[in-house]
Design a protein around this ligand. Structure first.
Ligand SMILES: [Ca+2]
Ligand SMILES: [Ca+2]
Length: 250
């Protein structure tokens, strides 16, 4: 059986049953770091999830964002839009060729109050061994909340974990190729960090919008990797207009 066929079968099983017959990963320290950055606007709270990858050839991810449904209600979940720069994300995660039924990955699942499940991967038929390469701030998804009772919580509770199981169960959330051998990343291979929530325009990230954020915004003009809370006007780029925006919030 050739490699492409093997990977296709593994991904088909993973997508349909949540089960992949692959060997446990052998590594030291986190190979994948998952974390969130969120911004509070006037009536919404938007959380962006990212991955930092210390390894190449990542084929799949499975992430759960936990929240308190007494505090927040999910309005929308998108895996397709990278906030800064505001671009479609489909060039990073896709399965199969243009006509493949799972081309844009399974839809996010937020049917259960208190959790948002994001599952996806990459399989390029033209380069089946590639997967997603190492890098930082690899966009996973965007979740938009509104306050459950009309009042936005000051310190909303969030948690990040594996989408299914605890990482060691039959369901394999993160799978990568190592010397052409599929390996599961679980346990200490995957680190789930915090979800930082800050006001829009809080460019220095200290928790409030003050005159110091003017300089922090100015020094990040054009920064394509700026965190979402630096984008005061929320248009997807850091421009001089964000400086004006910060002034209105001081
Ligand atoms: Ca600040
Ligand atoms: Ca902006």
């Amino acid at each position: 059986m050739n490699l492409l066929k093997s990977i296709k079968i593994i991904l088909a099983i993973w997508l349909s049953l949540g089960f992949a017959m692959v060997a446990p990963g052998l590594s030291f320290g986190a190979e994948v770091d998952i974390y969130g950055e969120g911004v509070v606007t006037e009536d919404e709270l938007v959380v962006y999830l990212y991955a930092d990858l210390q390894v190449d050839h990542l084929f799949s991810y499975g992430i759960k964002l936990g929240y308190n449904p007494d505090e927040l209600t999910v309005i929308d979940v998108s895996k397709d839009v990278d906030p800064i720069p505001y671009t479609l994300n489909e060039t990073k995660w896709y399965l199969g060729n243009d006509s493949a039924s799972y081309r844009n990955n399974p839809d996010p699942d937020f049917t259960t109050p208190g959790e948002v499940i994001l599952i996806g991967g990459k399989l390029d038929p033209a380069d089946p061994e590639q997967g997603v390469s190492r890098g930082t701030r690899i966009f996973i998804g965007m979740i938009t909340f509104q306050a459950a009772d009309g009042e936005m919580p000051l310190n909303p509770l969030f948690s990040l974990s594996y989408a299914r199981g605890a990482g060691t169960s039959a369901y394999k959330n993160f799978v990568r190729l190592d010397d052409q051998v599929p390996q599961v990343l679980d346990g200490t291979d995957v680190s789930f960090g915090s979800v930082i929530i800050l006001p829009q325009g809080d460019a220095d990230g200290n928790g409030s919008v003050t005159p110091r954020d003017l300089n922090a915004t100015k020094s990040n003009i054009g920064n394509a990797n700026a965190p979402c809370y630096m984008d005061c006007d929320g248009n997807g780029t850091i421009t001089p207009r964000d400086i004006s925006c910060v002034k209105t919030k001081i």
